[in-house]
Each structure stands twice: as C-alpha cells, then as structure tokens.
Design a protein around this ligand. Structure first.
Ligand SMILES: Cc1cc2nc3c(=O)[nH]c(=O)nc-3n(C[C@H](O)[C@H](O)[C@H](O)COP(=O)(O)OP(=O)(O)OC[C@H]3O[C@@H](n4cnc5c(N)ncnc54)[C@H](O)[C@@H]3O)c2cc1C
Length: 369
C-alpha cells in the first residue's frame, strides 16, 4: 500500500514513510497503547519523559499518523468543545483546563524545537469569518461565552468587517473572530516526528500490527499478545471495530482539501492572513492553512459538527456516517445529495449546530448573564 497517497500531508513527506517492524511476538510492558495517532504518540512521548524506565509499547495497525492525525486540517488551536459545561460544573478545574489548553499550543511548538521535529509549526493566529448575519450573531454569542469562562481580549477578539478586510479579503464579509492561540502545522510531519521522538526516548512502536481485542491486562494482536497492567485506548473512531466497543464512539466524517499551487497574485489578493489559519463560520467550515507550510497551496478541512447525547445514542443504536449518508434531515428535509451533512438522530449537522448554539445562548440568558 502507498501511504503517500492517503493524504496531502503524507504526500508532502516527499517519500514513502519507512515502516517500523511489527510486534515480534508476545511481550510484557508497563503501558500498552493501542493506536499510533496523536493520542497514542503524545502519551508515549510524555510517559517516557516522565519515567525513562517505563516500558511502553504502541500498537499501530498501519503506520504512525495513519488515522485522522496525519490527514487533518493542521489547526493547532486552544479550543475545546464544551469547556463552558465543564466550567459550570467546576469553575476552578474549568479555569485550570483553559490554561492547560492555552499552554498546549506553545508546548507543541516547544517540543518541535526541542526534538528537532520539522513540522512547519507557525503560530499565526486563526480567523473565523462570518459570511452572513446569523453566522456573525452566532460568533458574537460564542465570544460572550468565551469571556464568561475567562478567555481575554488578548486570547480572542472580534473584528468588524473593515478590520477583517485588512487581514483577509472574502466575498461576503460580516466580521469575524481572531484567536491568537492558534498555530498551523503539518500534521503528518508532526505525528511522525513525535513517533520518532518517543522511540528515541525508549518507547517501542509496533506498526503493521492490528489489535484484535482489548481485554483486562492484555491486548491480543495479529502478531502476539501484549500484557500490561495499564492499557491506553487511543483508537479514536476506529475503536468501534473492536469486539464489544461498537457503541463507544460515533464515527462522523470530515474532508480534507488542498488547492493547486496558487500564484503570488492570488495570495496578495487573499491578504496577510494567508500566513495564519482561516475558517468560515458556516456549519460546514472550510479551514485553510498557512501559505508558508503548504507550499503555496490552500489546504484544510471541511468539517461537520455533531452533538450526541450518549443516552439517546444507546436507545437508538449507534449509527455510522455511512448509515446516515442516505437519510434526509427530519428538520430541513435536505438529502445527503444536496447537503454534505450526515443526519444523526434524524437531524442533519447544520440543523444540529443551529440548535446547539441556540441552546447555548438560551442557557446563558436563563442564567441572567
Ligand atoms: C479531515 C479532518 C480534519 C481535522 N482537522 C483538525 C484540525 O485542524 N485540528 C485538530 O486539532 N483536529 C482536527 N481533526 C481531529 C483530529 O485529527 C483528531 O481528533 C485526532 O487526530 C485524533 O487522534 P487519535 O490519535 O485519537 O486518533 P487517530 O489519529 O485516528 O489514530 C488512531 C490510530 O489507530 C490505528 N488503528 C485503528 N485500528 C487499529 C487496531 N485495531 N489496532 C491497532 N491500531 C489501530 C489507526 O491506524 C490510527 O493510526 C480533524 C479530523 C479530520 C478527520
């Protein structure tokens, strides 16, 4: 299989990645990590940093970064969905989480520097652009919530259409937000670099090794059994393929796109934010990365936002994006042919996002803020 062909980012590595050998047979370790994406690789890296004597084994079916980690939009951003819910439950821990998330962007840059990972990390900030009035209202409502949970003017702020125009020229400009804690990165180079760094520090990474079942104290794989008192599940959506895990996660989809190389003239027309990151505030947003990291291309992801309440999911049975693809939305009646949004619980992601943001604003109003 050609790994170069799986994503623009893998192709940008310039050559087929060198594969690590599979698990050589049964092994006993302190921590077994199932999945070699960012979750698994960063875990392995920090475990080795914390305790170089720790025996860590990463089990990866393909090669490091093969999953979403090596094919995403390349945004490294201090943002996590649902932080305000966390705050509502425990403001002190919420504040600690906010600061940790903020620090993590610089941390990625610092690790790249310290470990010699050339992942084109560039902290140029991120713009989210509203291209109509409801999107602008939604962004402003989100910004108010951001203030309530302690994000400052230095972290994220509003740009009026005129201010926005000075940074980016888009055809429909209703203003937008600028998040200073945002970096662009080549995710495949980062994932592969973190894998190398974890390995240099003593972690074992077994590629071309499929975990067949995860049981208490052991991972059964295609190449033997790894026994460990601690097992980290780092499979993201792939976890649903393991026995007994079908309902652990709800796989949805996003698309990655990249343009042909663009001329200097086009870049000049786009404006200075071509050095940073850009997203459109539409429910399906196109994220674009820095000119400097993408070799004069725009590259990024089309994303869908899906909110799932586990109890409802359990009562309906888990649905995959392929189950959803052919189902028209029960609210707006768009079919999958006219909308790229999967339906979940009968409702497409555009409608779901609208109701999510409405309920966010309603909760805020109800709390008297
Ligand atoms: C198109 C797209 C754009 C995105 N854009 C962004 C963005 O700009 N910024 C951002 O922060 N996030 C973005 N995300 C989300 C982000 O990429 C993911 O949240 C993140 O990469 C998940 O990492 P992970 O390590 O948990 O999972 P993965 O990267 O999916 O890693 C799981 C690994 O497990 C392996 N595996 C699967 N099954 C088995 C098995 N049975 N045995 C062993 N190994 C197995 C896979 O090969 C894979 O390498 C995007 C996602 C997509 C799809």
């Amino acid at each position: 299989m050609s790994y170069r062909s799986i994503s623009y980012w893998f192709d940008s590595l310039g050559a087929e990645p060198e594969l690590r050998p599979p698990l050589p047979g049964d092994r006993e370790v302190d921590v077994a990590i199932v999945g070699g994406g960012f979750t698994g690789l960063w875990t392995a890296y920090y475990l080795m940093l914390a305790d170089p004597s720790c025996r860590v084994a990463v089990i990866e079916r393909e090669t490091a970064g093969f999953g979403a980690s090596g094919r995403n939009g390349g945004w490294c951003v201090a943002m996590i969905h649902g932080l305000e819910e966390f705050f509502a439950r425990d403001p002190q821990r919420g504040a600690a989480m906010r600061e940790a998330i903020k620090a993590s962007v610089d941390e990625v840059g610092a690790v790249c520097k310290a470990e010699g990972i050339e992942a084109d990390f560039h902290k140029g900030g991120g713009l989210v652009v509203a291209s109509n009035a409801p999107q602008a209202a939604r962004l402003r409502a989100g910004l108010e919530i951001d203030r309530e949970i302690g994000w400052t003017e230095e972290d994220i702020y509003w740009l009026d259409p005129e201010e926005l125009k000075a940074r980016i020229r888009v055809s429909s400009n209703f203003g937008g937000t600028f998040n200073a804690n945002t970096a662009a990165v080549n995710p495949a180079k980062l994932a592969r670099g973190v894998a190398d760094a974890a390995e240099r520090r003593g972690a074992s990474i077994y590629e071309q090794t499929t975990a067949l079942a995860v049981e208490p104290g052991r991972v059964r794989t295609s190449h033997g059994t790894v026994r460990a008192p601690r097992i980290v599940m780092a499979l993201d959506a792939h976890v649903t393929r393991l026995p007994g895990c079908r309902r652990n996660s709800l796989p949805t989809y996003e698309h990655m796109i990249a343009t042909e190389p663009l001329s200097d003239q086009v870049w000049d027309e786009i404006g200075p934010q071509s050095e940073g990151s850009l997203a459109m505030a539409a429910a399906c947003s196109s994220m674009r990365n820095a000119r400097r990291i993408t070799g004069l291309r725009l590259a990024g992801a089309m994303s869908t936002t899906v909110t799932v309440r586990p109890s409802k999911l359990a009562s309906r049975g888990s649905r995959t994006s392929s189950d959803c693809a052919s189902t028209p939305c029960a609210r707006c009646f768009r079919s999958s042919e006219s909308s790229p949004s999967p339906t979940v619980g009968g409702v497409c992601s555009v409608c779901r996002e609208i109701s999510f943001h409405r309920s966010r604003s309603t909760r805020r109003l109800a709390s008297g803020a």
